[in-house]
Ligand binder design. Structure first.
Ligand code: ZN
Ligand code: ZN
Length: 383
């Protein structure tokens, strides 16, 4: 798959006005030097770009926050901000301080892709701190405590909630944000309720799909909506359940972003997805190796605070070695930990509701591994 997007690398030929715009837009960022993109160079002058409607002093930025096992993206255009997910609890305060450092006071839109803790906890944190004009969130409910906190803060602060409708487009400064999923219906996997967005500025598009799996990806393909994008934030932290061959072909990104933790217990990113990306020659930006990153565009070119890399190592190889070394290889499932009493519970245990929020943690692990970690099974639910 050849990157078909226009990537000019003939910097010296660019008009001075463009450099001014570039400096205003990009600040301290530097252009990613892609040798392989050079073959796609087309001669386009600044005037032509202006004629295409690109304001010379405006741009679109995507801040990719390293939130370990989770996802959090901040989009910014013309002083308007859209927060897409906020990572898990451990990173909630990081997300808030990062946004403050960017000078965010008001979030024009907050998108909760879906209600899994690794996306929603930081959203609740941000809703508590910032003025929020509007929230977009999918139309389903869960009985987790983070979801309850989310519902409570929405009510408390009377923040209007919009449900995603495929094909609807919103303005974020000079950028356009189009909803691509969920298509609706009753999904067996809550990840498929994820709100997918295509954010477009000038000729450049970014696609983000939360934790949407190949089912939602198929629905997006058959929706007839334009998926073609320069940057794809790979679904579900690079898990094998997402980023199908067909979806990668429809999106045909130049760069894939993967938000995952180093040594994640979910073994993200998957070997299959990393191989698919490698085969397609799509370089990656990965938070587990590269931390926080900013991608910025003037509508014609893309600038990277950190260059995309070709580190296609997966989260499975190392994890398997670690597992072989660990004692006990029982089947993994979700348990609830009480960090204070060091007991673990079945999520349905009646004691779970009594655990103070700061002592509560969900974990996907085997019983044996939890015991090896020093936890003991609850005497009530006997997990
Ligand atoms: Zn997730
Ligand atoms: Zn999820």
């Amino acid at each position: 798959m050849r990157c078909k997007k226009r990537k000019k690398s003939g910097w010296q030929s660019v008009h001075t006005a463009f450099w001014l715009a570039f400096l205003l837009c990009v600040g301290t960022l530097w252009p990613g030097a892609f040798a392989e993109a050079a073959s796609d160079v087309q001669e386009t002058t600044w005037q032509e770009e202006a004629a295409q409607g690109v304001e010379k002093d405006s741009c679109l930025k995507m801040h990719i926050l390293d939130v370990g096992q989770g996802l959090s993206l901040l989009f910014e255009s013309d002083g308007r901000y859209l927060l897409y997910d906020g990572g898990d609890r451990d990173y909630s305060s990081k997300v808030v301080s990062y946004l403050k450092e960017q000078g965010v006071r008001t979030l024009d839109m907050v998108v909760a892709s879906h209600y899994d803790a690794d996306h929603l906890n930081g959203v609740v944190g941000a809703l508590n701190v910032f003025e929020v004009q509007q929230v977009m969130a999918p139309d389903y409910e869960t009985d987790t405590r983070v979801y309850q906190s989310f519902v409570n803060i929405l009510q408390e602060k009377e923040i209007p909630v919009t449900r995603p409708t495929v094909g609807e487009t919103y303005a974020l400064g000079s950028a356009a944000v189009t909803v691509l999923s969920p298509a609706g219906g009753d999904y067996a996997d809550v990840n498929d309720y994820s709100v997918s967005l295509r954010i477009t500025y000038g000729d450049i598009s970014i696609l983000v799909t939360g934790d949407a799996t190949t089912l939602a990806e198929e629905e997006m393909i058959s929706s007839g909506e334009n998926l073609d994008s320069d940057i794809l934030v790979a679904g579900h932290h690079g898990s094998e359940s997402s980023s199908s061959e067909a979806f990668l072909q429809s999106v045909s990104p130049c760069v894939a972003v993967i938000s995952c933790a180093a040594n994640s217990r979910y073994h993200h990113p998957s070997r299959a997805v990393m191989e698919r990306l490698k085969e397609a020659g799509i370089p990656v930006l990965r938070t587990d190796r590269q931390g926080d990153m900013v991608v910025s565009t003037d509508g014609a070119q893309i600038f990277y605070s950190t260059d995309p890399c070709t580190d296609y190592s997966d989260g499975e190889s190392g994890a398997q070695q670690g597992e072989a070394a660990a004692e006990g290889g029982g089947e993994k499932r979700t348990y609830v930990l009480n960090l204070n009493s060091e007991k673990f519970h079945d999520p349905s245990c009646s004691s779970v509701a009594k655990i103070a929020e700061h002592n509560y943690e969900e974990i996907y692990e085997s019983r044996e591994a939890l015991i090896a970690m020093g936890y003991s099974p609850c005497g009530n639910c006997r997990p």
